[in-house]
Design a binder for this molecule. Structure first.
Ligand SMILES: [Cu+2]
Length: 543
């Protein structure tokens, strides 16, 4: 037991190596912010920081390295620190996304604003027209953001797996009026191995080959692959200094991982062979901390809470387990849905859930994220003053595979207007653990044929998963509505990432309203790196 008020306070104020990811406090909305929010009609401009030097309203976001202590060992990871010294960004209602990204990672980087709908040149994807920015430089962004729970992550050189990720929360007036305590819970999976080593283990190759494979995900570009990429053991995109905290010796089982994982979580699911958790991690983090040393978030007795859960884990999916509490999901991927009550909610890679909770009274309430197909978990603890906090034991039973049981219940409060589709496509998801390679529409990135679109078209995509692994499919620059699951039509959630179950089918629809080049890919980066990505390109946009 860790108990009593005094010890609780100690836990709560314990210095953290990684900085505070949790409970971002809403900034005061200034008149200047409001004015900034309604002003300006800037289109797809990549403003240089020099041109905007006099503009003091830009928020500074620093991409850098930091030391995180995990399981008692220091690890050098990336981080994204906002102007308040905390991870990520929080924008006030009506505030523009006016951000200067400063690259202090020691390598090139590029940050994607996941789920946001900026002009394509500001999306943070490494197209030839928008290459990663060199170390020591600043890139400026300016667009009208979408409110809700979002996140940001590097889309370059497997930096995302090294925690170059952070929350991105955009307030809106209606949410602020609810007057709820706002708590961000960001999930990560962590390994002391480098992502290059993980990928090499998965593909059965050597680290240098995995590095080469990763480079092809950004396509062949003459200006890429410069000095920032080193084949040294630290891996590409990671400064040499970083090797100190990175163990290269722990490779528990990637090479052996195959379908062996399947059986253990399958009881009662009726599924014969499913591959789960293709990467084995050393730790699962909630706001950078393990469940052995969790963040304790102080809440009021009978308090009203909005939990913003972000699955920033690279290759891990969870069940959010509220324990004794009941919550209701009110938004998925930042977009409002009709409330769905419950205690257990699945969250796929890259997805977000906003869950409202009305606390019963005083007490300590763990919010767990239970890894699918495993007894392992992470989480935070909501605790009223003086609450006794019990040490949390591992689960006795493995959690089920994450599925679309919640997805099937969701209905957007602001659905797409009904209209016939102009473009209808079926895209097959293929691949296997051995050989480890994953495809979209029978093609492997970067050797793909873009789906060409015209502005104003309604597009309908049927994703058909022919593999034995679930794939969280993410579309850049647009939101889509889920319109069918396994052939059953529905008026589902509006979101940016949807899980396609093994042998499952999901239909999505979206309006082509944001001309540019847009990535459409599996959000498991190891699947993406080995091919599961394609492009939606608007006619008139040069390749
Ligand atoms: Cu995948």
């Amino acid at each position: 037991m860790i108990s009593d008020h005094h010890q609780l306070r100690e836990l709560a104020v314990q210095p953290r190596h990684g900085g505070n990811v949790g409970a971002l406090t809403p900034p005061v909305i200034s008149r200047r912010d409001l004015v900034g929010g309604i002003g300006g009609t800037l289109a797809a401009l990549m403003l240089s920081s020099k041109a905007r030097a006099a503009d003091s309203t830009a928020k500074r976001l620093v991409a850098e390295t930091r030391v995180l202590e995990v399981n008692g060992r220091p690890a050098r990871v990336f981080g994204l620190t906002g102007p308040d010294g905390r991870p990520g960004l929080r924008l006030a209602a009506g505030e523009r996304f006016r951000v200067d990204l400063e690259n202090k990672t020691g390598a090139r980087t590029l940050v994607h604003w996941h789920g946001q709908l900026p002009p394509w040149m500001q999306d943070g994807f490494p197209w030839p027209q928008t290459p990663p920015i060199p170390n020591g430089t600043v890139e400026s962004y300016d667009y009208a953001p979408v409110s809700g729970t979002y996140w940001m992550h590097s889309h370059h050189a497997m930096q995302e797996q090294r925690l170059l990720t952070a929350p991105l929360v955009v307030d809106d007036a209606a949410t602020l009026r609810e007057d709820r305590q706002d708590i961000v819970l960001m999930l990560h999976d962590f390994t002391f191995r480098s992502p290059e080593e993980v990928l090499a283990g998965l593909t059965g190759t050597i680290v240098a080959d995995a590095d080469a494979s990763a480079q092809t995900t950004e396509g062949a570009r003459s200006h890429d692959g410069g000095t920032a990429r080193s084949p040294a053991m630290a891996g590409p995109g990671m400064p040499a200094m970083a090797t100190a905290g990175m163990s290269m010796s722990k490779a528990p089982d990637t090479a052996m991982k195959g379908t062996g994982m399947a059986g253990m979580a399958m009881k009662g699911t009726g599924m014969a062979a499913m591959d789960l958790n293709d990467v084995q991690y050393d730790a699962f983090l909630a706001n950078d901390r393990t469940f052995a040393d969790p963040e304790i978030v102080r809440v009021d007795r009978g308090g009203r809470v909005r939990l913003r859960i972000i699955n920033g884990a690279s290759s891990s999916q969870f069940w959010i387990d509220l324990g004794d509490l009941t919550g209701r999901v009110v938004a998925t991927d930042g977009h409002a849905v009709k409330p769905v009550p419950g205690k257990l909610f699945p969250i796929a890679m890259a997805q977000r859930l906003d869950i409202l909770i009305d606390l019963p009274a005083a007490g300590a309430f763990p919010v767990r994220a239970r890894l699918e197909g495993s007894v392992r978990q992470t989480g935070i603890i909501l605790a009223t003053a003086g609450a006794r906090i019990s040490r949390l034991m591992d689960n006795a039973h493995a959690a089920s595979p994450v599925d679309n049981s919640l997805e099937a219940q969701l209905a957007a409060t602001d659905p797409l207007p009904p209209r016939p589709a102009d473009v209808v496509r079926t895209i097959a998801l293929g691949g296997a653990m051995k050989p480890y390679a994953w495809s979209m529409g029978g093609e492997y990135w970067p050797h793909i044929t873009p789906l060409m679109l015209n502005k104003g078209q309604r597009v309908e995509i049927e994703l058909v998963n022919g593999s034995m692994m679930a794939h969280p499919i993410h579309l850049h620059g647009h939101v889509f509505q889920v319109t069918a699951i396994d052939g059953r039509p529905l008026h589902g959630a509006v979101r940016d990432t949807v899980l396609v179950s093994p042998s499952g089918r999901v239909r999505i629809a979206f309006d082509a309203d944001n001309p540019g080049r847009w990535a459409f890919h599996c959000h498991n980066p190891y699947h993406m790196e080995t091919g599961m990505m394609t492009e939606f390109r608007y006619n008139g946009i040069a390749a």
